[in-house]
Write a protein that binds this ligand. Structure first.
Ligand code: DHB
Ligand code: FE
Length: 284
């Protein structure tokens, strides 16, 4: 066991998020070229929004230069994935969800890492021998929209630890900690033994954190589990699950909570929490 626990810095997690994003992009399948007409339409609309803000708020030269400096620092700190996932992704998800009739989705966020340990259900997520936190046994079933169970579906799960840190982005945590791909059994069921995560705080020492502070906002997300649920031939669900009564549920800095995504774990009598949640996948 390590005795020193350097706390993750914004620069550390920010630039790791940029690296993770680049790695995922380079293996992404499908066309990445966007038609010029589409680029022009989106850019025109985006710039019109910025121009209108400058006019209505009567933005000064001083404020314009401060904004430029901030954007330069976001890039230098590698924080673009953090910034965009906190303030913009939820609307992209909202638009994508217009054509979905499966389990509600939520944002992916910047901390997904592919290629984690594949575990048969029932599974215990990889964790330190002295992992802190309330034990959570999270189980459920993956089905299609017709109610048929989906054996061999994958529940790819990742989460913060009891201090709100993600492995792969906080140097003191072992690789793969509290991450795993759990495969459903012959009845489409899964059972995952883990711990309840703590709320997550945007790193306060980087440009995103400083901007939040300058605006007088708070930097917190409520405690959450991240999930990618997939099965062959089905549309993959990207979502998050939250905890009833959790702090920051009503003021998530990333605006990514939904009432359908809130778990209500029960105490099994020994301090262990248990909860069931089912996922419904649809065809593309
Ligand atoms: C961010 C972090 C998260 O854990 C998350 O779920 C969403 C966004 C972020 O720092 O951008
Ligand atoms: Fe998260």
């Amino acid at each position: 066991m390590t005795t020193t626990q350097p706390s993750p810095t914004a620069a550390g997690s920010g630039s790791s998020a940029t690296e993770a994003f680049r790695a995922a992009r380079s293996t992404a399948s499908g066309p990445s070229g966007v038609a010029p007409e589409r680029v022009s339409a989106v850019l025109t609309s985006l710039l019109a929004g910025i121009h209108e803000t400058i006019r209505s708020e009567e933005v000064t030269y001083d404020e314009f230069q401060a904004a430029k400096q901030f954007l330069i620092e976001v890039g230098e700190g590698g924080e673009w994935p953090l910034l965009l996932d906190v303030f913009v992704e939820h609307v992209v998800e909202d638009v994508a969800s217009r054509t979905q009739s499966c389990t509600k989705g939520s944002i992916l966020g910047p901390y997904y890492l592919p290629g984690q340990a594949r575990l048969e259900s029932p599974a215990t997520l990889p964790q330190r021998p002295d992992e802190q936190g309330t034990v959570l046994v999270f189980s459920g079933q993956v089905r299609d929209t017709g109610g048929n169970p989906l054996p061999g579906a994958e529940v790819d799960i990742w989460q913060a630890d009891e201090q709100g840190y993600y492995s792969g982005f906080a140097p003191h945590l072992p690789e793969g900690n509290l991450r795993g791909v759990v495969v459903t059994d012959s009845a489409g069921r899964f059972e995952i033994r883990t711990i309840e995560p703590a709320p997550y705080q945007i790193p306060t020492d980087g440009p995103t954190g400083k901007m939040i502070e300058a605006a007088g906002w708070h930097p917190w997300r409520p405690a959450h589990l991240h999930l990618l649920v997939s099965a062959p031939g089905m549309r993959t669900i990207t979502t998050q699950l939250y905890f009833r009564g959790g702090e920051w549920l009503d003021s998530d800095v990333a605006t990514a909570t939904k009432p359908e995504l809130i778990l209500d774990p029960a105490d099994a009598g020994d301090g262990t929490h248990t909860v069931e949640y089912d996922f419904v996948l649809e065809r593309p």
